[in-house]
Write a protein that binds this ligand. Sequence first.
Ligand SMILES: [Zn+2]
Length: 201
Amino acid sequence: MEKSEVINLAADVAKLIGIRMTRPDLIRKHMSGAFPTTTILYTLDYTLWIDAHYIAVDWTGLPGVLYIYISHHHVAEELRDVIKLRKRSGNLTDYYLYDNIAKQLIAAQKHMTASGTDYFLNEHYSEIIQKKGQSNMKNQTAAKKRPQILTLTLCHKCKTNFENSGHTVVNKGWQEDKERCDYCNVGMGVTYGIFNKGESL
Ligand SMILES: [Zn+2]
């Protein structure tokens, strides 16, 4: 898909999950140039990845990532990474997460091969988002009752480290500008509430 089509699709997804995409021009800028980057938008309940080669959504507090769009160019690379992560996953939750992603990517690849297109678009994304959104709400309500042990700004890497060390990490709210990570002081990220896993799931 052309960049403009990807951005239009991302705008539709953003609307569905309650994100106001105020700067499509910036997203386009991130996609272009010698070193294209992925735009990541957050709400309390969702993370939305927008890249020239894929659009994906994930739900705070619920395992699972939904690929809405992925290019043929990107799918093999992504699948290789996910299979590596699946192999390294230290617990069943992570294993199922990466296994589910791998299955989506394999299905997308098959679809592209069968239809001769160079990208995959999940046509059921709005139903899936609405359905999962409802169970996420229940989860979030439960999360609010849990004792929170810390509030920290975390980069993606440190967030993953906290999760891997048995904590549940929940977005604190909608935040457009990233801040310096409280933990490593190197990466940039947004603010999270940290919970002990035993108290949260
Ligand atoms: Zn960090």
